[in-house]
Design a binder for this molecule. Sequence first.
Ligand SMILES: Cc1cc2nc3c(=O)[nH]c(=O)nc-3n(C[C@H](O)[C@H](O)[C@H](O)COP(=O)(O)O)c2cc1C
Length: 183
Amino acid sequence: MKNNEMINLIKRRRSIRNFKEEQLKEDELNQILECAIYAPTGCYNQPWHFTIIQNKDVLNKMSEISNEEMSKSDDKWLSNKGKKNKPLFFNAPTVVVVSGKEDAYSPLTDCSAAIENMLLAAESLDIGSLWCGLVSHFFERKEVEVLNIPEGYKPYYAIALGYKDGETPEPLERRRDIFTYII
Ligand SMILES: Cc1cc2nc3c(=O)[nH]c(=O)nc-3n(C[C@H](O)[C@H](O)[C@H](O)COP(=O)(O)O)c2cc1C
């Protein structure tokens, strides 16, 4: 099987949940954001908006409120998770909220493509990243106003970014029974 840096990188990337406190360098963050906007988009809509948050008070509030909402859930797993009140972003120093333009052709898909580009760009710079979906509970609350999301855009996900504290874990096993070939 052929081996190249891009393929190795894709297979090496892991969700990181241990971050150093040190902030990312500006040019590293800019490179990651630049890669986000080179993702493909339906009808070339580019229907996204990126909110870069480095304010600890805001990040703590987002985490706290999400956990509070989760703890009220009927879903046992979710409510237990919320009650533990663990920091949602694992103290990453930078979090990027990705929002999609609601009337675009395929905003959620386009934003997800941008997110994957960010995760891979981060890994290429040896920067840790985590795709955070649980923050959606914060997006439902009025306190989301603090993010100043532009009118017509819906926040979907947050991406935690920071220098890894410790070794990158080994890749998780992947299912292999998911391919159908029509020859
Ligand atoms: C849509 C989406 C939402 C996710 N939300 C969270 C989250 O809120 N918290 C978390 O710790 N990991 C979250 N993850 C990370 C997954 O748990 C992780 O990607 C998966 O377990 C596979 O591990 P890997 O990324 O290291 O390969 C999310 C991943 C995706 C794609």
